[in-house]
Design a protein around this ligand. Structure first.
Ligand SMILES: Cc1cc2nc3c(=O)[nH]c(=O)nc-3n(C[C@H](O)[C@H](O)[C@H](O)COP(=O)(O)OP(=O)(O)OC[C@H]3O[C@@H](n4cnc5c(N)ncnc54)[C@H](O)[C@@H]3O)c2cc1C
Length: 494
């Protein structure tokens, strides 16, 4: 179908500017599909190297998954160096997070408790949470290099297990288990859908960095502000341009948008995997890539901003990363725009999937009813909402990559390898920081460098054989250790 389309539209190609057709020294060209942070970064970096770049974004505006109502927390510069480097370059000032949001809190039976409160009110829950942290750290410590989590047979077998099965074995008391489940589903996905190796690999990436570094700052306006700053530097950004097909032939790539075609030397495909599955590629993806598109697990997260005339929660602190035992997800208070009070709620994992069948207002009502039980009067004071349902959005299809059991073994670093003149970017294609702004930016930079290398006639080595590990250089501490003897045997029920 694509070849037929290509012939038929030969006269309609709007922007054929293949440098190869015109001579070696001509300006190289690229089309970037997807105007999220990954695509915008790839475009910005290529343009900075003298390339002519066109960004095609399906939606009316750029920014992709950039959060709702400035809801993201930024990690510290140590944790997210690429993000902070761009913020500095564009003179975007992040505000330091107040101390009280830097550590996680708990909402148990509707009552907020800090970690210190919990240690007093329920020492057994607190101890069980510490036991979980320690056990996860033991697993993380067994991974020498987070870029190579499949280094041993034993680590490979962690990929066959779900995080839920491992938690069952830890036998945490019910409230601690509910809080841990909530933490995992808020950050990744439902424990029963998550590879234990992925949980451990992510813990390894952030190992040695205190929790306070995770929520170190906030960017007024959210990451959308960074998306706009990147886009402002670009000469060609086309919105409402949904790409349906990409055809590679005779040293160029042609991209179809409606009845129009755009050609260039290279294409950076920076769309989430469920959206990629809807684009026809000629030549087609490899069999493994096709399988990955069908299989790979995406977390599920819906964001809901509830607006109230006044803060019905009184003096209760509902700000920062707060895990509830009732599956309400993270909550935090938004600075209200004009008086009143806003509350941002993330519904994650199966809690969100369950509400999938509901309409927007029905879904908000379900949360309001629960909220009103703990904070009477909430429904009366309710004045409106904003909702983002990432899983229902055909151009996204989920929250972000969250490897399911067996998936790291099959698909590790699959999307870092170009397909001819097509390069892949997006948070899902970053091995260390998937599901984050940092991962999206890093993937855009990587795709841009790969395009430059290909243009220079180089080949791209398979990721495992690529230059030395770019793993975070967390200094070894006295806590570092290899797996204790018998550790894995205990894990697998020995
Ligand atoms: C609820 C939620 C909260 C988050 N919170 C944080 C946080 O606090 N901190 C953090 O670091 N990260 C957070 N993240 C993750 C972060 O937002 C993402 O990792 C990042 O925005 C992904 O960027 P991307 O460019 O890879 O993809 P996207 O932003 O999804 O960009 C892809 C773009 O491609 C477009 N597209 C799709 N199909 C086509 C097509 N056929 N043609 C043209 N365009 C197309 C889409 O419209 C979209 O604009 C959060 C994510 C979610 C969902």
């Amino acid at each position: 179908m694509s070849a037929v389309w290509l012939r038929a539209s030969a006269l309609m190609v709007l922007a054929v500017f293949s440098s190869l057709a015109l001579g070696k020294d001509k300006q190289p060209t690229a089309i970037v599909v997807g105007g999220g942070l990954a695509g915008l970064t790839a475009a910005y970096e290529l343009q900075g190297k003298g390339w002519q770049v066109t960004v095609l974004e399906a939606k009316p505006s750029i920014g992709g998954r950039s959060g709702l109502a400035s809801s993201e927390w930024l990690g510290s510069a140590k944790l997210q160096p690429v993000l902070h480097a761009y913020l500095e370059r564009f003179k975007l000032k992040a505000l330091p997070a107040p101390d009280y949001v830097r550590t996680p809190g708990y909402l148990i039976d509707g009552r907020y408790q800090s970690a210190a409160d919990l240690a007093k009110s329920s020492p057994s829950t607190s101890e069980a949470l510490a036991r979980f942290d320690q056990s996860l750290d033991d697993l993380a410590a067994a991974i020498a290099d987070p870029l190579n989590p499949l280094a041993s047979h034993t680590l490979k077998s962690l990929d066959a297990l779900t995080a839920a099965r491992w938690l069952d074995k830890l036998a945490l008391p019910p409230i601690a288990r509910a809080l841990v489940d909530q933490r995992i589903r808020s950050r990744y996905d439902e424990p029963s859908r998550l590879s234990l190796l992925y949980l451990a690999q992510q813990a390894r990436v952030y190992r040695g960095l205190p929790d306070t570094e995770l929520r170190a700052a906030r960017l007024p306006g959210g990451s959308q502000v960074l998306a706009l700053a990147l886009a402002k530097q670009l000469t060609q950004v086309k919105t409402n341009a949904r790409v349906s097909a990409i055809v590679q032939e005779q040293g160029k790539v042609t991209v179809k948008v409606g009845a129009a075609g755009y050609s260039a030397d290279y294409v950076v495909l920076a769309v989430p995997l469920p959206a990629l599955a809807k684009i026809s590629l000629t030549p087609t993806l490899t069999a493994l890539q096709h399988k990955a598109l069908k299989d790979i697990n995406y977390g599920w997260r819906d964001q809901m901003l509830l607006k109230f005339k006044k803060p019905v929660w009184g003096k209760a602190r509902l700000s920062g990363e707060i895990f509830s035992d009732k599956g309400l997800g993270m909550l935090w208070v938004e600075p209200a725009a004009k008086g009143g009070a806003n509350l941002l709620i993330n519904l994650s994992g199966d809690n969100a999937r369950l509400l999938n069948a509901f309409g927007d207002r029905q879904m908000v009502d379900q949360v309001l009813i629960r909220f009103d039980e703990h904070y009477p009067g909430a429904r009366e004071q309710f004045s409106g909402y904003e909702l983002r349902r990432y899983g229902k959005d055909a151009l996204i299809g989920g929250a972000y990559l969250a490897y399911g059991p067996g998936e790291i073994s099959q698909y590790w670093r699959l999307w870092e390898q170009p397909l001819g003149r097509v390069l892949f970017a997006g948070e899902h294609s970053d091995a260390l920081y998937p599901g984050t702004l940092e991962g999206a930016l890093r993937s855009g930079q990587r795709a841009a460098s790969q395009a430059v290398e290909l243009q220079a006639g180089k080949t791209i080595a398979a990721p495992g054989q690529a230059a030395k590990s770019a793993a975070p250089s967390t200094p070894a501490t006295k806590h570092d250790k290899q797996a204790k003897p018998g550790f894995f045997a205990r894990l697998f029920g020995g």
